[in-house]
Design a binder for this molecule. Structure first.
Ligand SMILES: [Fe+2]
Length: 204
């Protein structure tokens, strides 16, 4: 039930001198106000708020994964040693530059959906599917670790896409779908780097 009390709560200055006809019109006015308020707070993408909440939650986990992954790449870029130093030092830099761009895009997608991106490292470590790595593992272990992490991140991306699909959120599907292809391609390169010269792939 709408009342003068309701309007006052909404910061309306209601004149005490309203005549009876105006007072009768108040419930109608209050309902119009309520509708307008809902429209203003409604998601401008016309997506179901409950459904995109689930997408944003999965995006925040992906954002956490990307931060741990990014720092791991820096760790490996700095600490790789041995005969493969020049190749991997450069490759890891290329990979963390790419991760840095994606981190920003994921956070801004969360904001576009009108949610808050997680922004502290303590929260990233708590939310992420990934674990930090030692700085003293050898080059082969570094590549293997990154390949495993790619698998985990791709799984998280699929969760995002599943939720986005349920919400009809094509923008998120498009963005994260392209990330999957990027990460799969980089995985192929790391896997090829790990193979022996005589190793072959099965024919399709
Ligand atoms: Fe560097």
């Amino acid at each position: 039930m709408y009342s003068l009390q309701f309007l006052k709560m909404q910061n309306f200055s209601v004149k005490k001198t309203l005549n009876s006809a105006q007072k009768l019109a108040l419930p109608c006015f209050a309902r119009t106000f309520e509708r307008t308020k809902k429209l203003k707070s409604m998601n401008y993408l016309n997506l179901d708020k409950t459904k995109i909440t689930k997408t944003a939650q999965e995006l925040n986990i992906l954002l956490a994964d990307y931060h741990v992954y990014y720092q791991k790449l820096r760790n490996f870029h700095w600490n790789v040693v041995g005969k493969n130093f020049f190749d991997l030092h450069i490759k890891f830099e290329e990979m963390y530059d790419d991760a840095k761009l994606k981190i920003d895009e994921i956070a801004e997608r969360i904001l576009t959906l009108r949610f808050q991106p997680v922004s502290n490292f303590s929260d990233y470590l708590e939310k992420s599917n990934l674990k930090e790595s030692s700085s003293t593992i050898d080059d082969v272990q570094m590549v293997k670790t990154l390949l495993n992490d790619h698998g985990t991140i791709i799984q998280q991306m699929r969760k995002v896409i599943e939720k986005a699909d349920a919400a009809g959120d094509e923008g998120t599907i498009d963005l994260i779908g392209s990330y999957i292809a990027d990460l799969e391609k980089t995985s192929w390169m790391l896997d090829a780097w790990s193979m022996k010269t005589n190793d072959t792939h099965p024919t399709a």
